[in-house]
Unconditional design. Sequence first.
Length: 344
Amino acid sequence: MEFSLFAHVERLTPDQPHDVLYKDFLGLCKMADEGGMRAIWTGEHHGMEFTIAPNPFLPLVDLAHHTRNVRLGTGTIIAPFWHPIRLAGEAAAADQLTGGRIELGIARGAYSYEYERLMPGMDAWDAGQRMREMAPLVPQLWKGDCAHEGSYFQFPATTATPKPVQQDGPPIWIAARDPNSHEFGVQNGFNIQVTPLWQGMAEVESLMERFNAACTGYAGPRPKIMLLQHTYVGSDEEDVARAAHEISRYYAYFFAWFKNERPVQQGLIQTLTEKELGSNPMIAPETLQNDLVFGTKQQVIDRLKRYEDLGYDEFAFWVDSGMETERKRASLARFIDDVMPAFQ
């Protein structure tokens, strides 16, 4: 099993300078590269200080100048906010600028907060349909002279320019959860990225079962599957318990953004009260400590060995957490130094 880093610039309070936060992000990415991780993933979000990522190709191209070997992936492009010709062209341009290191993760998106601002009236189902029409067009546009007449996109024969460095273009990953999404991705020859959030091993196993079912009967080479999950490697049990409280707070804000019912000012959502922070038993610290990859080094190794045994090809260390940068760095360092060698 290979390992990668999933990271964004996250800003929680108005007093945090954006340039300092970006330097912190760069520092984590350099650690991933120097530590031998396979890839760095960063996504797309709009109007939210909680996750600052208006165009993932921009930081990925910048990262190419600060790293040597690591692959650079969009985790993920929000498909309904893009036209396929534009996405194919920008992905290929990024591949040129990074020397052929780009990987293209694509998803339908999740936040209605973003939908109502960029595509008013669109819901998750419609976003998913747009993604399914668009994603297969991208490699066809790289190949050239692709014409299309569909429900959402219509255009005469077009060739994306420039051409990607990588033969056949950057590898494409589809964010999948339900069986139909797995089927769509696999049947198109795309890799699959899954994100179990807080339902423990049962969901990790279920997602792999859906992937395996989708691969049954597929005639092409078996795609890869990547598991993305919040991770913390603690120095001791007390440190792990502290991290579990911090990630519980993160998830409380994640749900607040997802529900899209709370006032937002200057890109920051209205502060949650202590009562609100503790109101959801699904994200209680003790529950998350059991469900996520949180533990001391041996506990994390044991958990990941179970993932490897299930057949996962890659594990993405999700570092966004609302923690202080030094705590993120310490956890990532322990992961690189103490956990990854157990898988070599």
